[in-house]
Design a protein around this ligand. Structure first.
Ligand code: OTU
Length: 646
């Protein structure tokens, strides 16, 4: 990494832009919005330049790479449709659109939820019923037939998997969704490609230009120096971080599975190639790119090769280029790492939005312990974001749950992080006495004793076990638990994200073990095919599906009427009873949630210290008014959204 002082960078940026402008003007000559492009270029080029020079300034041909990069963005801009340019304009006028209380997200697999892209299009009425404004479709591009990590081994960033549809259909879908107020979110799996990607195939045939797109080594010398510092991500099925390929007698860097080859961003030609792929997606109308595995994109010997400063600079470089060529596009960070590192990617110059694994993990932690102290402590430290960013608040994703709280935060409450993780793993795999959860271990590492948890939300929340014993009390508790945790992601600000299937209480599907390419990866237990019969029951509140669905849907609709639940200020407060979580939104709504299966009463004197108007409040959800005489009591897993009455 090159460090230069800001003054020098600003001067050089200006000189470079003057010299490069004549190279791109001819490309824009016929474009009626050329002036807008040039305006944005002038505005964001210095940011891009500063990042680019820090990354590639020591390459003798850095100026050539700068020039080629600008040519790529000019060429893609020229191809950007009128519809998307209009969207660019709208987003520039209202850059914080994604912070609204109207935002509502869901994520699902094209094949498992709807069969194919046509099926997704036909599901739009359902998405509207749920109030969605944000739809994340899991990786849908061409990938290897068998070993493909659920699509996260991408063989082409431009060709939709033929089983799911065509690239033309994808562009149509983005537009159709947009007309219904829904932004399409896709993964940008940019840490690696599959070994079937054209670049990998060329590398395998001996082409040195493409070998330099990846991180390859002639022998074990360097891998042996890197490896001791690296974390194994899939220690059970894919131990180590390097894979030997006899065809070229080289070792390839493979952080995840052996068929997922890590890309080499130290090579400016690769930087540019991936820019082209990113802009291609932007021009298909994708509005948000989920930057998959962002912590891993830069490597440096002697470090753990996660969250390096260069990873941030790289994202900032791409971000500045998007502001110029496709300003409507946002980045979503997928960094499931230490809370400090999660937060480090978030901001308008890097990723505008990010998963909130800190809240997600805290919710499961508090469900297991029935104590909210650790959650409140952690979230008070880790929840606040820059004003121009937003969390994606979620309960389950397609991945495992790893107990990613900060050991320092735990230690401050006298909790031993290692022991607590051990407990949580026992609890969520159902091996702790009295546990309600039915989770499955994921990647147990005997060396570190670490493991993560697979399982659907409903199974982890107790519904599976309760149904197995057909115990109405347990079923009721599980349903209440499921609703309570949804009430939290719907009221904590940011964008709530539902994993499709959870809204009807889908439980684990163990049939994945019969499929050889899935059996070793327990994450498939929580990726079942949508069950049409169960979805049909969502309308009947006498069924479990219906009870869960109708209540979640009501919560979504109420959320949309409450600007105080839009992004921004969240303060976690002492509710005077450790079984009850409390937080205050914009000083206007007090959220209370009982994490216990027993009724809890609250001490109004404590609450009053945190929020003065507590004496006369109405629960927005039920309309119940609390006067100074009323006792403050929450039924098992009950939650309130309280507003003050005057
Ligand atoms: C991501 O997850 C995806 O969400 C996974 O589905 C993929 O398998 C993987 O990348 C490879 O593409 O370790 O256990 O900090 O935690 O990138 C899941 C980020 C993972 C990692 C995350 C990764």
């Amino acid at each position: 990494m090159i460090s230069k002082d800001a003054q020098w960078l600003a001067e050089q940026a200006e000189i470079s832009l003057q010299r490069l402008t004549p190279r791109i003007l001819p490309i824009l000559a016929q474009d009626e919005d050329a002036a807008r492009f040039m305006e944005r270029l002038t505005r964001y080029f210095p940011d891009f330049f500063a990042s680019f020079i820090q990354l590639y300034g020591d390459h003798y041909d850095v100026f050539y790479h700068l020039e080629q990069t600008l040519i790529v963005i000019a060429q893609t801009y020229v191809q950007r449709s009128a519809e998307l340019r209009l969207l660019d304009q709208r987003r520039e006028d209202q850059p914080l659109w994604f912070q609204s209380e109207q935002m509502m997200g869901a994520v699902g697999y094209v094949d498992l939820f709807a069969g194919d892209l046509a099926g997704v299009q036909q599901s739009i009425p359902y998405f509207q019923e749920l109030g969605l404004t944000y739809l994340h479709l899991m990786p849908l591009f061409r990938s290897p037939e068998k070993n493909n990590d659920g699509g996260y081994a991408v063989s082409s960033f431009r060709e939709v998997n033929p089983k799911l549809g065509t690239t033309g259909q994808l562009a149509e879908l983005t537009s159709e969704l947009r007309q219904h107020g829904i932004s399409l979110v896709l993964d940008f799996v940019f840490n690696h490609t599959s070994d079937e990607h054209e670049w990998a195939q060329k590398a395998l045939s001996g082409d040195r230009e493409y070998q330099a797109y990846y991180r390859m080594f002639d022998d074990r010398t360097l891998p042996d120096q890197y490896e001791p510092h690296l974390r194994e991500i899939f220690p059970e099925q894919a131990p180590g971080s390097f894979t030997h390929r006899p065809e070229i007698s080289k070792w390839v860097w493979t952080t995840f599975y052996p068929f997922q080859w890590d890309l080499n961003y130290a090579n400016p030609a690769l930087f540019r190639a991936m820019l082209g792929e990113m802009l291609f997606l932007a021009n298909q109308g994708v509005e948000i790119l989920r930057l998959d595995a962002v912590p891993f994109i830069w490597k440096r010997l002697g470090t753990n090769c996660e969250n390096l400063p260069e990873a941030h600079i790289l994202i900032r470089a791409y971000n500045a280029l998007m502001r110029i060529a496709a300003p409507a596009l946002l980045f979503k960070s997928e960094a499931i790492v230490h809370p400090r590192d999660v937060r480090s990617y978030i901001g308008s110059d890097e990723c505008q939005i990010s998963y909130n694994p800190i809240m997600m993990v805290s919710i499961w932690e508090a469900l297991a312990t029935r104590e909210t102290d650790f959650m409140r402590h952690t979230l008070n430290k880790q929840f606040t974001l820059p004003v121009d960013a937003a969390w994606i608040n979620y309960l389950r994703s397609h991945d495992d749950i790893g107990w990613g709280f900060a050991d320092e935060d735990a230690a401050e409450l006298g909790i031993n992080g290692f022991d607590h993780r051990y407990f949580l793993n026992l609890f969520y795999t159902g091996r702790f006495p009295g546990s309600f959860a039915a989770g499955v271990p994921f990647n147990y590492n005997p060396r570190t004793q670490d493991m993560r948890i697979s399982g659907t939300l409903a199974s982890l929340a107790g519904l599976e076990k309760a149904l197995a014993v057909a115990d109405p009390t347990l079923i009721d508790a599980a349903v209440r638990r499921i609703l309570m945790v949804h009430s939290l992601i719907l009221s904590a600000g940011g964008i709530p994200l539902i994993y499709l299937g959870d809204e009807i209480g889908t439980i684990n599907d163990y049939r994945y073990v019969d499929e050889p390419t899935k059996a070793a990866d327990s994450r498939w237990v929580h990726r079942p095919k949508a069950d049409a019969a169960k979805y049909a029951q969502r309308l009947d509140e006498k069924t479990i599906e219906g009870r869960i669905y109708q209540n979640i849907r009501r919560l979504i609709m109420v959320r949309k009427t409450l600007p105080a639940l839009a992004n921004g200020d969240t303060r976690f407060v002492n509710a005077g009873n450790r079984r009850v979580l409390g937080f205050i939104r914009h000083d206007q709504i007090l959220v209370l949630a009982n994490f216990s299966e027993h009724p809890q009463s609250l001490d109004k004197r404590v609450l009053r210290q945190e929020w003065s108007p507590v004496d006369r409040v109405t629960d927005i959800l039920t309309g119940k008014l609390f006067t100074p005489e009323d006792e403050f009591r929450l039924e098992p897993y009950q939650f309130f959204w309280l507003k003050r009455e005057t």
